[in-house]
Design a protein around this ligand. Structure first.
Ligand SMILES: [Zn+2]
Length: 289
């Protein structure tokens, strides 16, 4: 088992030596595992283990490691303090428990929004919102066999001010709403937005009710990032993008009170803080990739 403080302090890889054990007459060997990252609410861990090993989180299958054994797991905004990672291969298995550090979230009150951006009631608008949600869900569900996250992320905008943190409890026009699942990077209208890591565009649309213009990028292993409120989109669904390639311009379309990029990150239904991905170091064992 890894010591949490060591893990937080580490940065570089912490390798767990394979442990041999016997079960009946068949000798099994647990797969090697190295991990890098910060196990805290809204955070990520990048790992390396046996190629194509099955990955389980809290006993639920979440997919398999890449052909080189690379995988990522994300911790939700309200992830419980204990999270169990299990690695399974035909020749052995390994469990690893994370102590997930809790995070204090702020309260974010925004007033003066048009009421149909807070509690829409018009049946036609509700139908449009449902249709948009279905199309977005397809983009978020993308699961391309890639590890484009493995070198970490750069910031998608330069010269920004962090105007709203990830995870804040939202109170819009005085009404409690879902938490803020993005990091808001305030920047002048028309500031270039770049892909913070390599990936494949899985959604690119303008004219959405809440997001205005939205781009989704799949970075592999179920990790999908989102870019909201853009004033211009420079890519289309299916495009491959590379780190620092321009994908659009900062805008204030949709539910926004001023120009900013709302940057989001999802991993298999969990909402993570994209700012925690900036500058993350990978395990040393990944440098050969
Ligand atoms: Zn936002």
């Amino acid at each position: 088992m890894l010591d949490r403080r060591a893990l937080l302090a580490a940065g570089p890889a912490l390798a767990l030596a394979p442990k041999a054990f016997a079960q009946g007459a068949i000798a099994l060997t647990s797969p090697a595992l190295s991990v890098s990252g910060r196990p805290l609410q809204g955070g990520f861990v990048i790992g390396r283990t046996a190629p194509r090993a099955s990955i389980l989180v809290n006993d639920k299958p979440v997919g398999s490691a890449s052909a080189r054994g690379v995988f990522i797991i994300g911790f939700d905004r309200d992830e419980p303090v204990q999270a169990k990672l299990s690695i399974k291969t035909p020749w052995g298995a390994l469990d690893h428990n994370f102590q997930v550090m809790p995070v204090d979230y702020d309260v974010q009150s925004i007033d003066g929004l048009p009421q149909d951006q807070v509690e829409p009631s018009d049946p036609k608008l509700l139908e449009r919102i449902r249709e948009e949600a279905k199309r977005k869900a397809v983009g978020f569900a993308s699961d391309i066999d890639a590890t484009d996250f493995r070198n970490g992320f750069v910031e998608p905008v330069t010269g920004y001010r962090l105007s709203a943190r990830f995870g804040g409890q939202r109170i819009l026009n005085g009404i409690p709403q879902r938490p803020h699942y993005g990091a808001d990077l305030a920047a002048p209208l028309g500031t270039p937005v770049v892909a913070p890591a390599d990936g494949t565009v899985t959604f690119a649309e303008t004219g959405l009710h809440f997001e205005g213009a939205l781009i989704l990028i799949d970075h592999g292993q179920g990790l999908v990032s989102a870019y909201l409120h853009l004033s211009r989109i420079d890519v289309k669904s299916g495009d491959k993008v590379t780190r620092r390639q321009q994908i659009g311009l900062v805008g204030k379309e949709g539910r926004a009170t001023g120009p900013h990029l709302c940057w989001r990150m999802k991993w298999r239904g969990r909402n993570m803080d994209p700012m925690l991905m900036v500058g993350i170091t990978r395990p040393d064992s990944l440098t050969s990739d």
